[in-house]
Design a protein around this ligand. Structure first.
Ligand SMILES: [Zn+2]
Length: 177
């Protein structure tokens, strides 16, 4: 995993592209939640589910299909509440949730991501893995490994996401009627 905070960077980065509306904050919060929710699968470790299992860490919860369905349901819910464009919401929330697996696939540790689960449990990494994997052990994290993690996440996640956020602001300004 990347650290939990860093997964939310994608939701924040793309939020400047969302339609300005009273629902912007709620949509952003849902996007941030969807960007971290796949890691709830670590609960499986306590129940003895092996890492490589379908329901193990980075398994079904990290798949593209799960992200597609959960982001669709969330988008539909927001759409019902606020009458915003369903497909724009789905696109945004889908990007937020799918980005989780993509960021994990850029880390240099653990097992790969089961993007195609439940159809295939094959685990994937990208050929380029610049992000230092975050340990699940908080003691090791604060003993120094954490600094390395934060540095690589700042460079490879927060910086590009800040750029995406700024681009969205510029685009909004240029297209303002
Ligand atoms: Zn993860």
């Amino acid at each position: 995993m990347s650290t939990i905070f860093t997964h939310t960077a994608v939701a924040i980065g793309f939020s400047s592209w969302l339609e300005r509306s009273p629902a912007l904050k709620q949509t952003l919060i849902i996007g941030m939640l969807l960007s971290v929710v796949p890691d709830l699968d670590v609960i499986g470790f306590w129940f003895g589910i092996p890492y490589e299992h379908l329901l193990g860490h980075r398994g079904l919860s990290h798949s593209l299909l799960t992200a597609f369905i959960l982001s669709g349901l969330s988008a539909w819910w927001v759409h019902q509440q606020y009458e915003l464009n369903l497909y724009a919401l789905w696109l945004y929330l889908g990007v937020c949730m799918m980005s989780h697996g993509f960021l994990d696939a850029l880390t240099n540790g653990g097992l790969g991501i089961a993007f195609l689960s439940p159809f295939s449990n094959e685990r994937f990494f990208f050929p380029f893995q610049p992000i230092e994997v975050a340990t699940l052990n908080p003691i090791r994290f604060f003993q120094g490994q954490g600094l390395n993690v934060i540095a690589t996440e700042l460079l490879w996640v927060w910086l590009p996401c800040a750029f995406i956020f700024l681009l969205g602001l510029v685009w909004k300004t240029l297209t303002k009627k």
